[in-house]
Design a protein around this ligand. Structure first.
Ligand code: CIZ
Ligand code: SF4
Length: 308
């Protein structure tokens, strides 16, 4: 534990704070977190925690979801610039217009969206529970699904629905190179490819398992195979490797070779250990949300939690 990590631990006790971290955060942040999870697990944990301050080491929409569920708590985000390309691909005005142009649809949105979009939704979902939530809606009821078109397409395939899809996507999950992935697989013929459903169809078609962040970790733990190529944000490898120390985990390659030649979410990496420390020390930046908006966004989130 570094001195900075120790200082964070100390501050956390002094301030009655809890640190929730997403799997995509850098290792040093995951090491000081009280709880590490995917977006569903973190939303559930945010609802359960008793501390008066929640420090959310993740991106803005995740901290916002924690605030929606905990209006009485102070929710801090190490850097307010930790956004999300997928959430950004669904602006409020155009989405409201889209809904108005397709009356009679139930609106299901993936949790990766702003509070304004949640407030326009009937149900929020994550990749862990999307199929269950869609399955709870009568078969003949038309559905709008937003914002991720890749996840929506995949869900249409597995549920047999024909949901109307909003045309959004995530830069990280669309950055995998099919050619490089095939080349990597040729080098490791025994490895199984596993993928997050935010990835494009041609990547998903190569996968032996498709699932949420938590689902992929469970799969690798239980699988008799010992080598995997993982098509999702590379941060997940840290926690996964801790759980399967004897298995080989290889990140799927991105089109552009950046620093690690794998897919990293630049938005997630805007948070640093120093910023986490400073935000806890100064209790800022804080994520706030107008009460009327929070109330409207809460209902579809609560429906999701009840069905999860
Ligand atoms: O933001 C993401 O890409 C994901 C998959 C989040 C989550 O934990 O479900
Ligand atoms: Fe958003 Fe994609 Fe980053 Fe997830 S990986 S936070 S969907 S930009």
């Amino acid at each position: 534990m570094t001195p900075l990590q120790q200082a964070i631990r100390q501050l956390k006790l002094e301030k009655d704070a809890v640190i929730l971290a997403h799997y995509y955060q850098e290792e040093a942040i995951q090491e000081v977190a009280d709880f590490i999870g995917d977006s569903l697990a973190l939303a559930q944990q945010a609802k359960r925690c008793t501390q008066s301050i929640i420090v959310f080491a993740g991106v803005h929409f995740m901290a916002e979801t924690a605030k929606i569920l905990n209006p009485e708590k102070k929710v801090l985000l190490p850097d307010l610039n930790a956004g999300c390309s997928l959430a950004d691909s669904c602006p409020q005005d155009t989405f409201a217009d889209f809904i108005a142009r397709h009356p009679g649809h139930v609106v299901v949105t993936y949790i990766n969206c702003s509070a304004e979009i949640k407030a326009l939704s009937d149900y929020v979902c994550t990749s862990s529970n999307a199929a269950t939530i869609i399955g709870s809606i009568p078969k003949d009821q038309p559905i709008i699904f937003a914002p991720d078109r890749n996840l929506g397409k995949y869900l249409n395939t597995i549920t047999g629905r024909n949901m109307l899809l909003w045309d959004g996507s995530c830069v990280v999950h669309e950055a995998f190179s099919f050619d490089k992935l095939m080349e990597l697989h040729r080098q490791h013929p025994g490895a199984q490819i596993i993928a997050h459903p935010e990835s494009e169809t041609h990547i998903l078609e190569t996968a032996s398992y498709i699932g949420s962040t938590a689902g992929m970790i469970n799969y690798v733990k239980k699988s008799p195979h010992d080598k995997f190529i993982i098509a999702t944000e590379a941060g997940i490898l840290y926690k996964m490797q801790l759980q399967v120390p004897h298995k080989t985990l290889i990140p799927a390659p991105a089109v552009e070779d950046n620093t690690c030649a794998c897919s990293e979410c630049a938005y997630m990496k805007v948070n640093t250990l120093q910023k986490l420390h400073d935000c806890l020390l100064h209790e800022t930046p804080e994520v706030t949300i107008a009460e009327g908006l929070r109330h409207r966004a809460l209902q579809p989130v609560e429906r999701m939690l009840q069905l999860s």
